[in-house]
Every structure is written in structure tokens, then in C-alpha cells.
Design a protein around this ligand. Structure first.
Ligand code: GAR
Length: 204
């Protein structure tokens, strides 16, 4: 598997996940050859996240910082997360299905170099249950957005979007599956540009 060592000048990318990590896998798979970045860490707030085991099995450094150990103390959780991240010296942070809200203090540390993928056409439907909300609104299209993370939830500068039609008979699950396919195209494409310093918006 791809390691930072095979391209020493590459931008160092840490990926944060909470679950299966299909977007993380798409990002990792993309960072080969002449790609300007390499993965240096996959971290999760859930030690049981299946994506962590996948990353470890593929030779990537991993870290698990169980947020439940910190109760309501979000700053303490973030201090532990920050320590794990800094040990890997990432230049870019990619949130990929990372389901913890980050405090403004944490965001500030990585502002301008932290990306997130969100399963809606922002600014529509920040937060949760995006597909159900798109269906209930009668939207003709849905999609996903990669954006820079700022202190306001799902509101940072948009770096790229991909769109899919909403089809008759769609459920939140069928729509989510169609959007996820586009997420796996969009996020690697945006990261490749971002790692070169290109922040122009990409529309797929
Ligand atoms: C993806 O659909 C991602 O857009 C979404 O969680 C899923 C994670 O899937 N993220 C959010 O909702 C963030 N607010 P994955 O673990 O298979 O990449």
C-alpha cells in the first residue's frame, strides 16, 4: 500500500472516520503515483470503526481515540485527537464520515487545510438526515459537497459538488447509495487539486 515514504515531497494527509470509511478507502486508493499527497494516518473516534481495521490491514498507521472515554468533555477528546494527529505531522486533514462536531478551537488549528465531505448539495441540508430531507422537499436532484471546514457546521467554502437525479420511488437509502458513488469520485478529485494548492470549485 501507498506510504508517505514512497514520495517524500508529497503532502501528508490524515483521514478521520467514524464508520465504514468508504470515502477514506477512495481517498487512500487515489493517493498513488503522481498524486501530490500521501496518507499518513487514519484516525477514528470509534475503536470499532470497520475502516480502521481496513486501514491497518493495508499498512497505514491508525489511531483510535474513543470519544466515550471523555464523556461531555469535548476539549479533552480533541486534545487527545490533536496529539494523535500531530504525531503523524499531517498537512491536510480529510474528514470522511467523521461524525463528531469539532469545537471552534480545534477547527482553528487546521483552518484552511481541513476538508469534509457532506452528503447534500450545500448550502441545502447541513447536519443529519440529508437524503430524507431532500426527498421530503421534493427536490429533483441531490448530491454531495466537499468543503473546507470552518467553525460553522457544514458552512465552509465549497470546493466541489457532484449531482445525481432523484428518481421516482427513491428512498433515503437508494438515494444515499447513488450519492455515495459520486462521493467516491468527488472527494479524490477535489483532494488531488487541493493538495496542489488549487481551491477552485470543481463540479462533476
Ligand atoms: C458519507 O455519506 C458521508 O458523506 C457522510 O457519512 C457517510 C460516511 O460514509 N458524512 C456526513 O454525513 C458528515 N456530516 P463512509 O464512512 O462509507 O465514507
Amino acid at each position: 500500500m501507498t506510504q508517505a515514504a514512497d514520495r517524500p515531497q508529497a503532502r501528508r494527509v490524515a483521514i478521520l472516520i467514524s464508520g465504514g470509511g468508504s470515502n477514506m478507502k477512495a481517498l487512500v486508493a487515489s493517493m498513488t503515483g503522481d498524486h501530490p499527497a500521501r496518507p499518513v494516518l487514519v484516525a477514528s473516534n470509534d475503536p470499532a470503526a470497520p475502516g480502521l481495521a481496513w486501514a491497518a490491514a493495508h499498512g497505514l498507521p491508525t489511531a483510535a481515540i474513543d470519544h466515550r472515554r471523555f464523556g461531555q468533555d469535548r476539549p479533552a477528546f480533541e486534545a487527545a485527537l490533536h496529539a494523535a494527529l500531530e504525531a503523524a505531522r499531517p498537512e491536510i486533514l480529510c474528514l470522511a464520515g467523521f461524525m463528531r462536531i469539532l469545537t471552534p478551537d480545534f477547527v482553528r488549528r487546521y483552518q484552511g487545510r481541513m476538508l469534509n465531505i457532506h452528503p447534500s448539495l450545500l448550502p441545502r441540508y447541513p447536519g443529519l438526515h440529508t437524503h430524507q430531507r431532500a426527498l421530503e422537499a421534493g427536490d429533483a436532484e441531490a448530491g454531495c459537497t466537499v468543503h473546507e471546514v470552518t467553525a460553522e457546521l457544514d458552512a465552509g467554502p465549497i470546493l466541489g459538488q457532484a449531482r445525481v437525479p432523484v428518481l421516482p420511488g427513491d428512498t433515503a437509502d437508494t438515494l444515499a447509495a447513488r450519492v455515495l458513488i459520486q462521493e467516491h469520485r468527488l472527494y479524490p478529485a477535489v483532494l488531488r487539486r487541493f493538495a496542489r494548492g488549487d481551491r477552485r470549485r470543481l463540479d462533476l
